[in-house]
Design a protein around this ligand. Structure first.
Ligand code: SFD
Ligand code: AMP
Length: 642
């Protein structure tokens, strides 16, 4: 076993992660920290320039409210999000992001992000809330601003390629984090007065559709491995919406997003017989009222209508790219030159959409001779992901902004510092905070800014540094390095280092987790269906897996990271299964279906399902929290209004 050095870093604000929320946090924290003479430290497991979900770039900014133009209001956005989540959302959190997101988008543009403009100089919208961008370098631009903010005003430091394993506590207050370098034999102990978790969501908890031939390929980034959820759970924070996974419909096998096709190109999706499930299965929406009748139809219900076709043997489903491109070009039919140019432009836009965001989809098109103007492409529901920033909702239960509370919400949604979890000094943003869906890249950045400002205020109000027990740190160091030791002790006892009765490699551990989740918790193989008995059996098997986590073996630093990533995934998996078990209804068909409780039960379950792991007793607590509105509710005719 090699020797590991331990480096202790003392800071005021600790930002964990280097993605969209963390970069927003860095920019804002640097500003407020300088005023108060505080230090800010950002830690990312990768290199901030290309880390997180936006690593490859994006082709749209999915949240822009456009308040200045007066077309939309904050309430409009809240209505949209609540409807899309079948009534389950924290209106105070969504409204807080919605009222700040435009300023974040204007910063992106100022920093150099090309946003499409029309001939009048207005932003080109993909849909009502989405803006088209030339986004290949989106993350590099956002990262540069974060780095400049932290490094040039003397408040900050950045650690890259340091993997955070878990929290350090001082009683009920978060006192920092512990992790290790994935490049050198070094443990890092970060001591902080406030900690902001922004380590993204969780991918590869469920078996992906891609098998050995394309292993690792997923829609969301495989390197977001549940570190946010495991961190907040281990710190004892209350979590919310852990049952609300996201299943996106994607171009099959390379997971190219569909938003631009449905919204910008106005494409249809049809089944193998040419039928449009959104039209043919419209009557099914009557079973999920009032949400079945809102516009746009909620994402899970759109999924569900397509899934019903597939389950009836009417697959594959196709995105009718050729038809959509032709229809758009046809509007120029009377002018042959303009028509030709439009076709060419549409062709470049189609390819750029993927080259900016999901390069593998463009590669798959090229390698299978697909010309989207000539041929439809197959689409399919992907495996489940945990991403509170998109159309999922899982994350920590955080305090809302003081000025958006009502008499009803104040006791329930507010406890002092905006975006602080139920653990003192522990803040969350982006995928890490729950019940505030549809923030996407821009809203996550805005929420990071909000959370960082609030965390700095917490530090100013709580100046004394928390204490960390050195014995606890020593025990944690031994625990973190155990997979290296287990492997080192037993590596000679086999002819194939992948197979050994004394240890389990991270890859095999992940396969086992994915198989359990796939079969028992409603993955692709189970057609997203589960029930009480399946979930209980799944929990039994997860408990055995947790026992075997003690036997994880890692041959090097890279595998050590893989080992801990999979332990983090296991935390996310357990929170998910427990909460699906707790919520005795089916609220999001198309995300999952509880076959034994096949209907929505608004009377009993129009509530948040929250859970908490108690670190002192190692037990889980489940509870509901009420859903309150901060805006007047739309009347029925408004729900139908589109
Ligand atoms: O069309 C540790 N997203 C889209 N958002 C948009 O606005 N427009 C789009 O076009 C979008 N589309 C899209 C999107 C994502 C992906 C992958 C594709 C397409 C292919 C969603 C956004 O990207 C997403 O909402 C935000 O990025 C979420 O922000 P945040 O900050 O919550 O997560 P992150 O950016 O992934 O960053 C996570 C960071 O944590 C680090 N990290 N660091 C230390 N220790 C550990 N243990 C860590 N674990 C993780 C990561 O390295 C990273 O820095 S479309 O399909 O919808
Ligand atoms: P996606 O590419 O599926 O992640 O979608 C990008 C954005 O477009 C998100 O805001 C989605 O909610 C929205 N979107 C995608 N498809 C549709 C659709 N058919 N109707 C309405 N909104 C959609």
């Amino acid at each position: 076993m090699p020797k590991f050095e331990t480096q202790v870093v003392e800071t005021d604000l600790l930002i964990l992660g280097g993605g969209m929320a963390a970069c927003g946090a860095a920019v804002e924290a640097a500003y407020w920290a300088k005023k108060s003479g505080l230090k800010v430290t950002l830690v990312d497991k990768a290199a901030v320039d290309r880390s997180g979900a936006v690593a490859m770039g994006l082709s749209a900014i999915n949240q822009y409210v456009g308040l200045k133009d007066g077309k939309n209001t904050v309430k409009d956005y809240v209505d949209y999000v609540r409807n899309d989540l079948m009534g389950v959302t924290r209106e105070d959190l969504v409204a807080n992001i919605a009222r700040h997101v435009d300023s974040t988008v204007h910063l992106f543009e100022k920093w150099g992000l090309p946003i499409w403009k029309d001939e009048k100089g207005n932003y080109v919208h993909e849909g009502r809330w989405q803006l088209m961008i030339n986004g290949e370098s989106y993350k590099v631009i956002v990262a540069e601003a974060a780095k400049n903010a932290l490094l040039q005003n003397g408040t900050g430091q950045i650690f890259e390629r340091v993997f955070i394993v878990g929290p350090l506590m001082d009683g009920d207050r978060c006192a920092g984090a512990i992790g290790f370098s994935v490049r050198e034999n070094k443990i890092y102990v970060f001591k902080s007065k406030a900690t902001l978790v922004a380590m993204g969501g969780a991918v590869h908890v469920f078996k992906p559709r891609s098998g050995g031939e394309g292993m690792g390929r997923a829609w969301y980034p495989p390197w977001n491995a549940g570190s946010s959820a495991s961190f907040t759970l281990q710190a004892g924070a209350e979590m919310t919406c852990q049952e609300v996974r996201f299943i996106p419909v994607r171009f099959k096998d390379a997971y190219g997003p569909v938003g631009a096709w449905f919204l910008l190109f106005k494409s249809r999706a049809t089944n193998a017989m040419g039928g449009n499930y959104m039209v043919e299965r419209k009557a099914e929406l009557d079973h999920w009222l009032p949400y079945g009748h809102v516009k746009p139809v909620p994402a899970n219900l759109r999924n569900y209508l397509g899934m019903l076709d597939v389950m009836e043997g009417k697959g594959p489903l196709f995105m009718r790219t050729e038809e959509a491109m032709q229809a758009l070009a046809d509007t120029y039919k009377d002018d042959p030159k303009a028509y030709k140019k439009k076709l060419k432009d549409l062709e470049s836009e189609a390819w750029e959409d993927f080259l900016d965001m999901t390069i593998s989809q463009a590669t798959l098109w090229a390698s299978t001779n697909v010309q989207p103007e000539q041929k439809s492409s197959e689409i399919a529901a992907a495996e489940p992901y945990f991403i509170g920033s998109h159309s999922g909702a899982s994350g920590a239960w955080v305090s809302g902004p003081p000025d958006l509370q009502t008499d009803e919400t104040r006791g329930e949604y507010f406890w002092g510092y905006t975006n602080m979890s139920t653990v003192k000094g522990l803040f969350c943003a982006g995928d890490a905070s729950g019940a505030s869906s549809h923030k996407f890249s821009s809203g996550s950045h805005a929420e990071g800014r909000v959370a960082a400002k609030s965390a700095i205020k917490f530090i100013v109000d709580n100046k004394e540094a928390p204490k960390i027990d050195t014995a606890v740190v020593e025990a944690k160091v031994a625990e973190i390095l155990r997979p290296l030791e287990v492997y080192d002790t037993h590596k000679a006892e086999t002819t194939d280092c992948e197979v050994n009765p004394n240890y389990i490699k991270p890859r095999m551990f992940m396969f086992r987790l994915q198989k359990i989740m796939d079969e028992y918790a409603g993955g692709v193989t189970a057609q997203f269906m589960t029930n009480k008995a399946q979930l209980e059996r799944g929990l039994e098997l997860l408990a055995f897996l947790r026992e075997d986590a003690q036997k994880l073996g890692a041959a090097n630093l890279h595998e050590l990271m893989r080992a801990w990533e999979n332990v983090h995934r296991l935390w996310q998996a357990e929170a998910h299964v427990r909460t699906m078990l707790f919520r005795e209804e089916t609220r999001w068909p198309g995300y999952y279906f509880r076959a034994d409780k096949p209907q929505m039960d608004d009377e009993k379950w129009h509530v948040f399902a929250n859970c908490r792991f108690d670190p002192a007793s190692s037990t889980w607590e489940m509870r509901t929290r009420p859903i309150h509105h901060i805006f007047p509710q739309p009347k029925e005719h408004e729900l139908l209004g589109g």
